[in-house]
Design a protein around this ligand. Structure first.
Ligand SMILES: *[C@@H]1O[C@H](CO)[C@@H](O)[C@H](O)[C@H]1NC(C)=O
Length: 485
C-alpha cells in the first residue's frame, strides 16, 4: 500500500512538473497521416522559421481577456447512431464509447439527441405518442417504444462512463394528432401545432398543454432509463417546414408563449430542473431567439444556433452576446460531409471565437451508407463522426479528429481567451485560432491552418510569453502551453 502511494505521488509530481515546464503539440490533418498525433512542440521565443511563411497570433491571458466558460463538445445521438452502434459487439461498443467520452479519445462532454424521429431515422417516422393519429390529450398511450428505449439506454451507457456529461434533447415534430395537418411529415400545409398560435391565430390554446406534458413524460421516461436530460429545445429548426421528414413550423412569439405559459411551468410543476434553450436554428434570424429571451426569459437562459445560413456568420453570436451578456450560446447542429476536411474545424472554431460555450456536430454515428435515414427524405450524405462497418468495427472520420483537436484540450470549465491574428482570405486560405485558459492553469491554443503549406506560427501572450512552432499544412494543431507562473 505504502509503496503504491509513493509511486502514485512520484507519478503525480512528474506530471505536474511536466505541465509546469514544457509545451506540447498535437495535430490532425487533411491528409490523414496526423490523427491527434504528437508533433514537435513549440519553443519559447521567436524560434527558427527558416524559409517557412510565418504568422503572428496574440492571446490575451490577462483577466481582461477572459470570455466564455466552456461546457463541452460532442455530437448528436440520432436513431441512425443508435441503430448502427447497436450492431457492434459489446466489447467494440464499450471501446467506442470509451473513446468518445473519456480522455483515451475525444473526451466529449456535450451531446444532443433526437426526441423520437428525425431525418436520420429509419422508416417509419414516429413520436413517443402517435396513438394511431387519434387525440390522446391525457398522453395515456405515451411510450418510448423500441427506438426510444434503445436511445435512452445508449445515452445512459455513455453517462455511466462520464457522469458530468450533458445532454440536450430536441424534438423534430409534435405527435401528428397535436398538429393542424395531422402528420409528422408529408405535408407542409398547416405544419403547425394545433394551439391557435396561442391567440394570434384561430381557435383556442388547443393542444399546448398536451405538448408541454409530452416533454415532461419524455424527460421522466429517459430519467427512468438512467439518462437525465439537462436541457431541451421544444422544436428543431422551427422555421423549417419540409415534407420529407418530421418538421414543424413554430413562430417566434408562439415559441415564447409555449415556453412561458406551458412547457416551462409544466417542467417546473413536475419538479424537473431540465433547462429550455431557445431557437435551435440558423444565424440569419437572430430576432427569433431575441423574442424568446424577451418573452420567456424566466425559463430560457440559452440560445442554440445551427450552421446552415448561407453564408454562415458566426459574428451574429458576438452581436447577440453584446445585446444579451448573460445569455449562454451553443452551436447545436452542423453536418459533417465526408468531402470537407475542415467543415467540423470551421463550425467549432467560429462559434468558439464568438462566445459559444459548446459545439455539437450532426451526427455522432452512422452506418456505411450515412444512414439509416427515412426513405421519404432527410439527409442522404450526413456522415457520422464515426462510421460503423458493415461487418463490425468502427472508423473515426476526419471530422472526429478535427473536433477532438478542440475537445481533448479545452476541457469543461476552461475559459476562452480573447486574441487577435486570425484571418481568412476570400479564397478560403488563412489561419484561424482560439485559445483557452484551462482549469489546471495551462493554455491551449488551437490553430487551424487553411493553407496548403506549413506555416511557422508565433503566439504572444499579454503576460509576456512567446511560443513559436510549425503548424502543418491543412491541419488543426493544438499547442498546450505551461502555466505562466
Ligand atoms: C454578420 O453579422 C454581423 C452581426 O449581425 C453583421 O454586422 C455583419 O454585417 C454580418 N456579415 C455578413 C457578411 O453578413
Amino acid at each position: 500500500m505504502l509503496v503504491l502511494t509513493l509511486l502514485g505521488l512520484a507519478a503525480f509530481t512528474q506530471a505536474a512538473e511536466k505541465r509546469a515546464g514544457s509545451a506540447s503539440a498535437y495535430s490532425s490533418n487533411s491528409a490523414g497521416n496526423y490523427k491527434l498525433s504528437s508533433i514537435s512542440a513549440p519553443v519559447q521565443g521567436a524560434g527558427s522559421p527558416g524559409s517557412s511563411s510565418t504568422w503572428k497570433l496574440t492571446v490575451d491571458d490577462s483577466s481582461n481577456g477572459h470570455k466564455q466558460t466552456i461546457v463541452g463538445f460532442g455530437a448528436a445521438v440520432t436513431d441512425a447512431t443508435v441503430t448502427s452502434f447497436n450492431t457492434l459487439s459489446s466489447s467494440d461498443l464499450q471501446s467506442l464509447l470509451n473513446d468518445l467520452v473519456t480522455s483515451s479519445g475525444a473526451d466529449f462532454s456535450l451531446f444532443r439527441h433526437t426526441i423520437a424521429s428525425s431525418d436520420l431515422s429509419g422508416d417509419p417516422a414516429y413520436t413517443y405518442d402517435d396513438n394511431g393519429g387519434s387525440p390522446d390529450t391525457s398522453l395515456a398511450s405515451f411510450g418510448l417504444g423500441d427506438r426510444g428505449t434503445a436511445m435512452a439506454k445508449l445515452l445512459a451507457s455513455m453517462k455511466s462512463l462520464k457522469s458530468s456529461m450533458k445532454i440536450l434533447g430536441s424534438s423534430w415534430s409534435a405527435p401528428g394528432w397535436m398538429k393542424l395537418n395531422g402528420k409528422l411529415d408529408g405535408s407542409t400545409d398547416n405544419n403547425n401545432l394545433n394551439d391557435g398560435y396561442l391567440g394570434s391565430g384561430v381557435g383556442t390554446s388547443g393542444y399546448a398543454s398536451a405538448f408541454a406534458q409530452y416533454f415532461v413524460k419524455y424527460i421522466q421516461a429517459y430519467k427512468d432509463q438512467g439518462a437525465s436530460i439537462d436541457a431541451i429545445t421544444i422544436q428543431n429548426e422551427p422555421l423549417n417546414s419540409q415534407s420529407g421528414y418530421p418538421t414543424m413550423y413554430v413562430y417566434a412569439d408562439e415559441s415564447a408563449q409555449l415556453i412561458q405559459k406551458y412547457v416551462g411551468p409544466a417542467l417546473s410543476n413536475a419538479g424537473l430542473s431540465t433547462g429550455i434553450w431557445a431557437y435551435d436554428h440558423n444565424t440569419d434570424n437572430s430576432d427569433y431567439p431575441q423574442t424568446v429571451i424577451n418573452d420567456a426569459g424566466q425559463y430560457v437562459d440559452s440560445v442554440a444556433w445551427h450552421c446552415y445560413a448561407n453564408p454562415v456568420n458566426w459574428t451574429v453570436l458576438t452581436s447577440f452576446h453584446n445585446e444579451n451578456p448573460s445569455v449562454n450560446q451553443y452551436m447545436t447542429e452542423c453536418w459533417t460531409p465526408k468531402g470537407s476536411w475542415n467543415q467540423a474545424a470551421d463550425f467549432t472554431m467560429g462559434p468558439l471565437q464568438n462566445w459559444a460555450q459548446g459545439v455539437i456536430a450532426w451526427t455522432l454515428g452512422t452506418n456505411s451508407n450515412d444512414g439509416p435515414h427515412l426513405s421519404s427524405g432527410g439527409c442522404s450524405d450526413c456522415a457520422g463522426l464515426v462510421t460503423i462497418g458493415d461487418n463490425g468495427g468502427y472508423t473515426f472520420e476526419t471530422s472526429y479528429y478535427m473536433i477532438a483537436q478542440f475537445s481533448k484540450f479545452i476541457p469543461t470549465g476552461a475559459i476562452i481567451l480573447d486574441g487577435s491574428g486570425s484571418y481568412s482570405y476570400s479564397d478560403g486560405t488563412g489561419i484561424q485560432s482560439v485559445a483557452s485558459l484551462n482549469p489546471d492553469g495551462s493554455l491551449s491554443v488551437v490553430i487551424e491552418n487553411l493553407f496548403s503549406n506549413d506555416v511557422y506560427v508565433t503566439v504572444s501572450t499579454n503576460s509576456g510569453q512567446e511560443w513559436s512552432g510549425n503548424v502543418p499544412s491543412e491541419s488543426v494543431t493544438t499547442w498546450v502551453l505551461p502555466a505562466s507562473s
